[in-house]
Design a protein around this ligand. Structure first.
Ligand code: MG
Length: 380
């Protein structure tokens, strides 16, 4: 399938990991934590013939979004994961998921960094764009922005209006108990009834809070994302039965099996898919197929990535099942600088381009900038 007739065999000869630090323009707060500087774990995967690709692990600084962190990912990669991949010849990048996951619980973001890098390496070897290798067809992707919880009500209105005037197709507002329906109602009042507005609670409510969330149902949100804690699929199902607004899941869905459970239980009508959260592209493709068959609305999320991680997300979001604007917007909206060129931009129609500068990821990584930002580096 991945073909590349005459392409050299897929094999990772060497993996170099490093951490770079990039400050945020301003602190980014979600219900489960605040980030003011991104610690980003980057990998370089090298093929014996000299081909190389960068990949990015989306684990955060603290175990707030998920159990994983930059530090746990470094340990897992060095001790258990990288040794499984180095020197192995694969017939297809889809084999990496099984290779990295057999007998390993969790560590999905660490596994995904290797697994997705393997797909990108195959794309380079085959001389094809990564998105095309995954089955993507679109050159541009509808984009929406996400606004931090720490914004004042006035800042929220200003930021949302600015984003919509720039063409963005969706504004997603972070909410938490006490900073929720009132803010959303005020925002809806300012933006008008047609503005595409969504809310994301990052799992900060409990089942008993359904009465607090229900008034948001009158606000015409395109989605209410992850209201309850990740493990509570039944609670989400009860809420979805009670409100007309589509409930969307993010943190809850860590695998294909969890996506299937979400659909069987009717926990949500929409899914925010992040390839790092489910262990990489192979499970992402399976979840994508499931959503298409079940008619579940789907978009690709984001984790405050650099332009490297964004390129992976855009490649995935070029598939036809991503029918809701994705959370893929230029990293320099939140990072003080990026490490790739060309710079990510959004067009007036609210779309971002799938990077197309050559095969693989289709971006150039500024190695000098990366070296300057590096705080440690090791071969794994
Ligand atoms: Mg979310």
């Amino acid at each position: 399938m991945t073909g590349g007739r005459g392409a050299p065999p897929l094999r990772v000869e060497r993996i170099v990991a490093r951490e770079i630090r990039v400050p945020l323009r301003r602190p980014f707060e979600i219900a489960s934590g605040t980030t003011d500087e991104r610690r980003v774990l980057l990998l370089e995967l090298a093929h014996p013939d000299g081909a190389r690709v960068w990949s990015e692990c989306v684990a955060g600084e603290a175990p707030d979004y998920s159990e994983e962190t930059v530090d746990t990912a470094r340990l897992a990669l060095r001790r258990w994961l990288a040794p499984r991949l180095v020197g192995r010849e694969l017939d297809h990048p889809g084999e990496a998921h099984q290779l990295l996951g057999a007998g390993v619980r969790g560590h999905r973001m660490a596994r995904a960094a290797l697994e997705m890098g393997t797909w990108a390496l195959q794309a380079v070897l085959a001389g094809r764009p990564l998105g095309e290798l995954l089955g993507g067809r679109r050159a541009r992707i509808p984009s929406g922005v996400t606004l931090s919880l720490d914004a004042s009500p006035a800042e929220l209105v200003e930021d949302a209006e600015e984003a919509l005037s720039e063409g963005y197709r969706k504004v997603k507002v972070k909410i938490a108990p006490g900073r929720d329906v009132g803010r959303l109602r005020a925002l809806r009042g300012e933006l008008g009834t047609d503005a595409p507005l969504a809310a994301d609670a990052n799992g900060s409510y409990r089942r008993g809070d359904a009465g607090r969330l229900s008034p948001a149902d009158a606000l015409g949100l395109t989605a209410l994302e992850q209201p309850y804690e990740p493990g509570d699929l039944l609670g989400h199902a009860a809420l979805q039965r009670r409100i007309a607004t589509p409930v969307a899941l993010d943190e809850s869905v860590t695998s294909f099996a969890r996506a299937r459970d979400m659909m069987s239980l009717e926990s949500a009508r929409a899914l925010n898919l992040k390839p790092g959260r489910v262990g990489g592209f192979a499970p992402s493709l399976a979840v994508h197929g499931l959503c298409r068959r079940a008619g579940v609305a789907l978009w690709c999320g984001g984790m405050l990535e650099t332009g490297i991680g964004r390129a992976y997300n855009a490649a995935l979001a070029s598939l036809p099942g991503f029918d809701v604007p994705s959370d893929i917007y230029p990293p320099t909206r939140y990072l003080v600088e990026d490490v790739v060129s060309p710079a990510w931009t959004v067009a007036e129609d609210g779309t971002v381009g799938v990077p197309d500068r050559g095969p693989g990821l289709g971006i150039d990584v500024d190695r000098g900038r990366v070296e300057d930002l590096t705080v440690w580096k090791e071969e794994m």
